[in-house]
Write a protein that binds this ligand. Structure first.
Ligand code: PMP
Ligand code: GLU
Length: 392
């Protein structure tokens, strides 16, 4: 039995979002005209000033290990950003730079929960949340939101799930996969619950700049008691189109920040040194450049939602942030296609459109379409979808 892989090895699943994106790329490489709505990855090039800063850093010989917590210049830029834009009383010792926000989330879980602790997740949630909680030995406890409430949780729904074992809640506003946003008043109530019941808030704010008529708020800015229980997560992947650079960051109370850095010390060491120099330039980018990208996403959002709404049997809410449409396609399920997994397979094989089935996000019957692709692809892809759905 000693040659058996671990129990963890037998339970861990690949990321469904990455898997679908990879399948679409593979089919394209084979010459198939696949339109990919799969991966949450902006199609823009990384802005030139960011690339130039990384190149300069490399030319200056900044190619050695970086401190596990991140280079001082980036930590400083993050502190300034969190203070001025988010109203968070951040200090240098609270910051850790990570290999993507994904690692920041995982380090945060490892630094806050014990085996058997419960972590509240708001479904539909990004698939990785539940898998990371389980990897860290925690137990996901799900608050299920519905399209009728625009996938935004109420405080009452959260209260129902709080138990003596609750150790943390993971929030993601704006949300992947629904584009839902949590209003400030509800965030304030969640902060009060965290203080009263003494649990952690892990607040993933990676889509904060991709909002459509919605003013995001950071729970860590609601005063010292909220700050003392919150780990704020963010990163460069989405806002600056830097998915491959792998730069994320976290702001946490000192004990947790220190533990996160020690975990990182022993697992990956610091994020790539010259990518961190690029991230410094990213955080200093003029707002106008980010706004230009946001406006383009907004156009695409309107385009894809209008097309989806025009299809008989399709129900879809308006995303208030991020770059995903999350229609309910349950009307097409139950006959020859048994569930959303089969529906996504059918769309990929028959219509050559790559999507991610809602089951991956704890939302069966739905399918996620990332609209971080060109308007032409949205147009062609929606025509293919309409034809494929009509044939079911
Ligand atoms: N949080 C959310 C909600 C996401 O959708 C993603 C996916 N990119 C991440 C975190 C992680 O991003 P990265 O690791 O590329 O910084
Ligand atoms: N977060 C993105 C998505 O949901 C990228 C893929 C991933 O990191 O899982 O598609």
């Amino acid at each position: 039995m000693s040659s058996q892989p671990s129990q963890l090895a037998q339970s861990i699943k690949p990321s469904p979002t990455l898997a679908m994106g990879a399948r679409a790329k593979q089919m394209k490489a084979e010459g198939i005209d696949v339109i990919s709505f799969a991966a949450g990855e902006p199609d823009f090039n990384t802005p030139g000033a960011i690339c130039a800063a990384a190149q300069e850093s490399m030319n200056l010989g900044q190619t050695k290990y970086a401190p596990s917590k991140g280079i001082p210049a980036l930590r400083k830029a993050i502190v300034e950003k969190l203070r001025s834009e988010n109203g968070i009383a951040a200090e240098d010792h609270m910051i850790s730079v990570t290999n993507g926000a994904k690692q920041a989330l995982y380090n945060a879980l490892l630094a806050t929960i014990n085996p058997g602790d419960e972590v509240i997740l708001i479904a539909p949630y990004w698939a990785t949340y539940a898998d990371q909680v389980e990897l860290a030995g925690g137990v996901p406890v799900v608050v299920q939101t519905t399209a009728d409430q625009d996938f935004a949780p109420s405080a009452a729904q959260i209260i129902e799930k709080i138990s003596s074992k609750t150790k943390a809640i993971m929030l993601n506003s704006p949300c992947n996969p629904t584009g839902a946003a949590i209003d400030r008043s509800v965030l304030e109530q969640i902060a009060e619950l965290a203080i009263k019941h003494d649990f952690w808030v892990i607040s993933d704010e990676i889509y904060e700049k991709l909002v459509y008529g919605f003013e995001p708020a950071s729970i860590a800015s609601f005063g010292p008691e909220a700050l003392a229980r919150t780990v704020t997560i963010n990163g460069c992947s989405k806002t600056y189109s830097m998915t491959g650079w792998r730069i994320g960051y976290a702001c946490a109370p000192k004990a947790v920040a220190t533990a996160m850095a020690s975990i990182q010390d022993n697992v990956t060491s610091g994020a790539v040194t010259f990518c961190q120099a690029g991230a410094v330039a990213a955080l200093k980018l003029p707002d106008s450049e980010i706004e230009a990208m946001r406006e383009i996403f907004d156009e695409r959002r309107k385009q894809i939602i209008a097309r989806l709404r025009g299809m008989p049997g399709v129900k879809v809410t308006d995303p208030r942030g991020a770059f995903y449409a999350f229609p309910d396609l349950s009307h097409f399920i139950g006959g020859k296609l048994k569930n959303d997994l089969e529906l996504a397979e059918y769309l990929l094989n028959e219509a050559h459109i790559a999507t991610v089935p809602g089951s991956a996000f704890h939302a069966p019957g739905h399918v996620r379409f990332s609209f971080a692709c060109s308007p032409e692809d949205i147009d062609r892809g929606m025509t293919r979808l309409e034809e494929a759905l009509a044939q079911i």
